[in-house]
Design a protein around this ligand. Structure first.
Ligand code: GLP
Length: 245
């Protein structure tokens, strides 16, 4: 666990780690495979990566990305879609090749989802796995959309969203009744295979779930507790989020 005085300091530190990884892989002629997250938490990281691209020449030409999750169903043009979020907060401002961007597809027919999810896993594996996965955390303890009840070895799949998650998303959708009941998410097992995992949390609102995630009993009731089983996880927090540890 590393605690920063404020979210901006934590976000800059994470962006610099990502930039260093990209540069060292580039120097070796290798691709960097990043697992990315949505939500308010990583926005400042993406802003710093954009700044590093524009001001310090950081290139994303050799970067391949896999986003954690997407609501289901969801059209990519909808204001709540994670496709739009990623375009607005990162991809539209950097030199990434569009073919290297992967986000779970919220437009699939239900009977296409299983094959899509297997292919998502296969694409990650064929690239040699995720070098680094960035995570936020939901108040249910979800990582990606792995809600309570998720298995530690779960893969990419269609899941049902927790009631609390839908309550927290209500504002984005203009009412809870408009929040999709399902999502497609990478699994806990998918996340676990990343060589490095960084979970970020800012603000007092996250303090109780951070306490459970870092110090609580390991259990599917709080999927983020599974991260305690990995040696490759770092929690990057601001002081309020760490205040109950
Ligand atoms: C959503 C995303 C998660 C994210 C969580 C927290 O549920 N699917 O990946 O970690 O929100 O969001 P925020 O960072 O806005 O608190």
């Amino acid at each position: 666990v590393t605690v920063y005085a404020n979210p901006a300091a934590g976000a800059v530190a994470v962006a610099q780690r990502i930039a260093a990884l990209i540069r060292s892989k580039q120097a070796d002629g290798e691709k960097t495979v990043l697992g990315l997250a949505t939500g308010v938490t990583p926005i400042a990281v993406y802003a710093e990566l954009i700044r590093l691209h524009k001001e310090e020449g950081l290139s994303f030409k050799n970067v391949v990305t896999f986003n954690l999750d997407e609501y289901y169903p969801m059209q990519p043009g909808s204001v709540q879609s994670y496709v739009l979020f990623m375009n607005q907060n990162l991809f539209d401002h950097i030199d990434i090749d569009r073919d290297n961007i992967h986000i779970p597809d919220g437009t699939l027919a239900e009977d296409e989802i299983a094959a899509f999810c297997l292919n998502y896993e296969r694409q990650i594996e064929e690239l040699g796995g995720l070098d680094l996965q960035v995570l936020g955390i939901g108040r249910t303890g979800h990582i990606g959309f792995n809600e309570p009840g998720s298995a530690p070895n779960s893969g990419t799949r269609l899941v049902t969203l927790d009631d609390l998650t839908r309550t927290d998303a209500a504002r984005d959708f203009g009412g809870k009744e408009n929040v999709p009941t399902k999502a497609i998410t990478m699994g806990v097992g998918t996340i676990f295979k990343a060589r490095e995992i960084i979970l970020m949390a800012w603000s007092k609102k996250k303090a109780p779930i951070i306490k459970k995630a870092v110090e609580g009993e390991i259990s599917g009731d709080v999927p983020a507790t599974f991260l305690q089983l990995s040696d490759n996880v770092e929690f990057i927090l601001d002081e309020p989020a760490a205040s109950e540890l």
